[in-house]
Design a binder for this molecule. Structure first.
Ligand code: FAD
Ligand code: SF4
Length: 515
């Protein structure tokens, strides 16, 4: 069959942003081409094998990038249909209302977004429906107002986590049910697609019961005959018209062959680092510094959060299977002894001895690791990092991605870690808090790019931003971006729900444009 190469819309990347946009546009009947550099992730027993996933890195298929000193590292991200949502913990939090405004942090100012919470609210509601979020409103003290309830009830706490939640409440905290996108039906377990297993956070779901972008968006979009997906299709550059104002062709490397496609509208959604890299690699006479970069802003303001994965070895056993059920936001905006934001705490997926083996000295016997894993409680702490023009993506002369990042705004995060340590001590979870770097599968902090965002920020001033408020490039008439690149600040919650909500919002704009 001859491959059509002219489309109404080309979407590059099928993760949280691109996959969601494809779902939104599919019923329009417009011809839509999704170009995805990865394959469908194979469903196999190894999906749930922590040795395969965490120790052997079976699905770590990203190429090496370089840090500011030229040292290579493998970023903790994955190229598959569905993008990084195939591996995510599916915690789907809204940014707080205040996160959309200017916020004073200890390390500086978190700038205001060009749109407010109320502009995103309807799309957050749609995103929660689409990604089947389980949870309960009204408990999280920092939760913004919402126009409707969450579509599914909260995931229940297993006994050790219920006990932890009770202990935290006793000392004045407000643990709340984490909003999670998994298809668990606890009322009728025999009908539940999700089997509530211990290998969810950081693993692909063998039974397709995680609400990832492939399962809830790309697969349904492909049921429409006007939607085409090409896998193994890596976009290498975008070419423009003689005026330089529109993208005329999309250059692709597919199974070792070069191919060219064109679309009336081209949407880039490769993840914040790769989207910036693609634009910076697309150089021509009209765009000597890369596309959409007349302001010299493309690639700058990279953010990834100040994140820590922490494990406490409690005296009590912790036989929990699905641990990611509670969060604490009491210190999101400050604490009794600190006027600046600290951040967000959530449970992590449960550690097992294979994950601990990665960071333990080689001589530690397996039974000791088993014992440790049997007692561990695992936490993920996120604090905001601030956008700095010097934290940026560039391309070196060989075309490799260089990621330059210096940590900032770290004092609030340090205090959040200490706060958690103090809370656990107070409730008698004595033992040691140790960094669980194995979660990132590397000890290089820069490689932990799971929450990457901000490299092509949106705004109304073309001198200060790359995209306009519809996420169209200021410099081009038909180029859009719908992944996490558009973020102006990173907030301290996981990014996906905001990416999804924004893709739905931009989808409405595109439907209007394509009419
Ligand atoms: C282990 C882990 C746990 C996480 N847990 C959570 C969580 O609980 N909650 C949360 O909100 N977020 C979580 N995240 C982060 C979340 O997965 C990302 O924020 C989200 O997937 C980003 O969406 P995106 O559309 O920006 O990019 P991605 O989902 O990364 O999608 C980008 C897509 O573009 C493709 N691509 C890249 N370059 C090209 C190219 N040149 N040509 C064609 N295709 C290309 C990639 O293969 C990929 O499919 C987690 C991430 C990881 C790794
Ligand atoms: S907990 Fe449910 S959604 Fe997560 S991997 Fe297991 S079966 Fe899949």
């Amino acid at each position: 069959m001859v491959q059509q190469n002219q489309y109404d819309v080309i979407i590059i990347g099928s993760g949280a942003g691109g996959g969601t946009l494809a779902y939104k546009l599919a019923p329009s009947g417009k011809s839509i081409l999704i170009l995805e550099r990865g394959e469908f992730l194979t469903r196999e027993k190894e999906n749930w094998d922590s040795r395969e996933v965490f120790v052997k890195g079976r699905y770590n298929n990203a190429e090496n990038w370089l840090d500011a000193t030229g040292k290579e590292f493998q970023p903790g991200q994955h190229y598959f249909v569905g993008g990084n949502t195939k591996f995510y913990g599916a915690v789907l939090l809204r940014m707080r209302r205040e996160d959309f405004g200017e916020l004073q942090h200890h390390g500086g100012i978190s700038p205001a977004w060009p749109l407010g919470y109320d502009d995103f609210e309807p799309y957050y509601t749609q995103a929660e429906q689409l990604y089947q979020v389980h949870g309960e409103r009204g408990i999280d003290p920092t939760e913004p107002s919402a126009s409707g309830p969450l579509p599914f009830p909260p995931i229940s706490n297993e006994p050790r986590i219920e006990e932890l939640a009770g202990d935290l409440r006793r000392i004045g905290n407000t643990p709340f049910p984490l909003p999670v996108g998994i298809m668990l039906n606890e009322a009728d377990r025999h009908l539940s697609p999700c089997v509530r297993c211990s290998t969810c956070d950081g693993f692909p779901c063998l039974v397709d019961a995680k609400a990832d972008a492939q399962v809830v968006c790309v697969d349904p979009a492909l049921e429409h005959s006007n939607v085409t997906l090409l896998t193994n299709a890596k976009v290498t550059s975008l070419k423009t018209s003689p005026s330089g104002r529109s993208i005329t062709s999309v250059e692709v490397e597919r199974d070792g062959q070069r191919e060219t496609y064109s679309g009336d509208v081209v949407v880039v959604s490769c993840g914040a680092v790769n989207s910036a890299a693609l634009l910076l690699r697309s150089i021509d006479d009209r765009h000597p510094n890369g596309l959409a970069n007349s302001s010299d802003m493309a690639g700058r303001h990279y953010m990834a959060h100040n994140n820590s994965a922490m494990m406490v070895l409690s005296r009590r056993h912790n036989p929990t299977v699905f641990q990611k059920t509670i969060g604490v936001n009491d210190y999101y905006f400050g604490s009794d002894d600190w006027q600046y934001p600290l951040g967000h705490i959530q449970m992590l997926g449960k550690s097992d001895s294979n994950m601990l083996r990665e960071s333990a000295p080689r001589l530690v016997p397996g039974r000791v690791l088993e014992e440790m894993a049997g007692r561990s409680l695992d936490f993920w702490l996120t604090s905001e990092d601030l956008p700095s023009p010097e934290n940026r993506v560039t391309i070196n002369s060989s075309g490799q991605v260089v990621l330059q990042y210096s940590e900032n705004n770290t004092e609030g995060h340090r205090r959040l870690v200490n706060k958690l340590r103090g809370m656990l001590k107070e409730i008698g979870c004595e033992g040691r808090l140790i960094p669980r770097s194995v979660y990132l599968n590397k000890k290089i902090p820069l490689a932990g790019v799971a929450h990457q965002n901000g490299t092509l920020r949106f705004g109304s001033d073309p001198q200060e931003s790359v995209l306009d408020i519809n996420c169209k490039a200021h410099d081009l008439d038909n180029l859009y971006v719908v992944d996490s690149s558009f973020f102006v600040s990173s907030s301290a919650v996981n990014p996906s729900l905001t990416i999804i909500a924004n893709a739905l919002r931009v989808g409405d704009h595109l439907l209007e444009r394509l009419r």
